[in-house]
Ligand binder design. Structure first.
Ligand code: SF4
Ligand code: SF4
Length: 58
């Protein structure tokens, strides 16, 4: 999935985006997030991230 871009320097793996995603397409691994297929582009993950680590891929 390439709709969302993760800034790995900012992401603290808090799990907030994982919890809010209505399609459960965000998986949390030990040291990174994985965005799988099925994103409906609702932007909830972008809005919930406390450190602004998620952005749309332009
Ligand atoms: S945009 Fe919505 S559906 Fe897509 S990963 Fe973020 S929260 Fe999930
Ligand atoms: S909400 Fe932001 S800081 Fe938290 S896991 Fe998701 S991208 Fe990382």
């Amino acid at each position: 999935m390439d709709y969302i871009k993760v800034d790995k320097e900012k992401c603290g793996l808090c799990g907030g985006c994982v919890a809010v995603c209505p399609k459960k397409v965000i998986l949390m691994h030990k040291e990174h997030l994985e965005f799988t297929d099925g994103c409906i582009k609702c932007d909830r993950c972008i809005k919930v991230c406390p450190v602004g680590a998620l952005n749309k891929n332009e």
